[in-house]
Design a protein around this ligand. Structure first.
Ligand code: ATP
Length: 337
């Protein structure tokens, strides 16, 4: 089996809130394969951004290991660590907040080029910045390069963020909801640009989104990792998961997304949760944290044991799932209270 580009093993991450520790990620295992499209999907607050920040080295896990090209990043020092940080870039959710309003586009894009010595001088930096602006279709680049972020539209600012991620010739880009802040009309253009970067620049892309329809579009040829309350509950090939969602949470998410054909949407079976309330991270329910909401809850099983991410014994789909009844080979039956 080929070595993944990045691998998270048994990742726990907690933050302090007053005197408490809030467990944000628990036992997260995740592989990012070379040149794949991987999408992390789940509702707000489930830990997607925290996972993305751990992948890109912006946050350290509380425990667990992160490896890049087979090397544990906590053991990298000096140039090797700088190379890893250069190789993994993140595009943040909000280009308004992530671009410094006091810096021109030239200044923002030339900084990493000069800092990582990817160009020899300012003349070369300017030439490279113009090329990068052309790459992300900000043309004519000469009209954009000396502007400030507030002089650009939201979509243009997001393109600058993509160009900035490309400055360091990364092998992995984590794009955190990077198309959600722009109008629907330009969202697809930005997504296509991200997707083209794989072939044009040999870059692996991890997209983080709460929108399963968008995840399906982006990672159709790749994989989905579905997260719920700080854990990965299902991971596998997108087409397998869409055709045959296994985890109850994935089934509920999929039942809620509209189809292109309105008739199919009307006829789609909507699955009702047992509760709309999302438990608090500081008061997680025992056993499977989805059990209080799960329509297929099995008393005495789901509320006692924490499920591990595994393959189901009976299914030829290769998605791994964290659901005890499924991994024990049982059929799910709707819970009757
Ligand atoms: N620096 C921090 N300090 C304390 N709590 C944090 C910090 N960063 C994130 N959290 C908390 O961790 C949880 C997970 O946040 P995270 O941003 O990773 O989720 P998410 O799935 O990306 O959500 P969203 O889609 O809303 O961005 C949230 O409850 C959030 O409030």
């Amino acid at each position: 089996m080929t070595q993944p580009l990045m691998e998270l093993k048994s990742i726990y991450k907690s933050f302090s809130k007053g005197r408490e520790r809030v467990p944000v990620l628990q036992d997260v295992d995740l592989k990012v394969n070379k040149l794949e499209f991987l999408c992390l999907v789940g509702e707000s607050g489930c830990g997607k951004t925290t996972t993305g920040k751990i992948l890109s080295g912006l946050l350290k896990p509380t425990s667990g290991s992160v490896s890049f090209d087979g090397q544990d990043i906590s053991k990298l020092r000096g140039k090797a660590y700088q190379d890893y940080r250069r190789s993994v870039q993140i595009i943040h959710q909000d280009p308004y907040a992530s671009l410094n309003p006091a810096h021109t586009i030239y200044s923002t894009l030339s900084f990493p080029l000069l800092h990582h010595k990817l160009v020899r001088n300012k003349t070369e930096a300017r030439k490279r910045v113009l090329e990068l602006l052309e790459t992300v279709d900000l043309t004519p680049a000469a009209d954009v390069i000396d502007k400030y972020p507030h002089e650009l539209s939201g979509g243009q600012r997001q393109r600058v963020s993509i160009a900035r991620a490309l400055t360091t010739n990364p092998s992995l880009i984590v794009a955190d909801e990077s198309v959600s802040m722009v109008d629907v009309s330009i969202r697809i253009g930005l997504l296509k640009m991200l997707m083209n970067m794989r072939t044009e620049f040999n870059v692996t892309i991890v997209l983080i989104t709460h929108d399963l329809a968008l995840a399906k579009y982006f990672a159709w040829e790749g994989r989905l990792a579905v997260m719920y309350l700080g854990r990965v509950v299902e991971v596998g090939k997108t087409q397998d998961i869409i055709a045959n969602p296994q985890h109850p949470y994935t089934r509920v998410l999929l039942s809620a997304i509209p189809e292109a054909d309105p008739e199919r949407t009307r006829n789609k079976q909507h699955i009702n949760l047992r509760s709309e309330d999302i438990p608090s991270l500081t008061e997680l329910p025992p056993g499977c944290s989805f059990h209080p909401r799960c329509p297929w809850f099995v008393p005495g099983v789901c509320d006692t044991t924490v499920p591990q991410l595994k393959q189901t014994p009976y299914d030829d789909s290769r998605a791994d799932v964290a659901c005890i009844p499924l991994t024990e080979g049982k059929e799910l039956a709707l819970y009757e209270s």
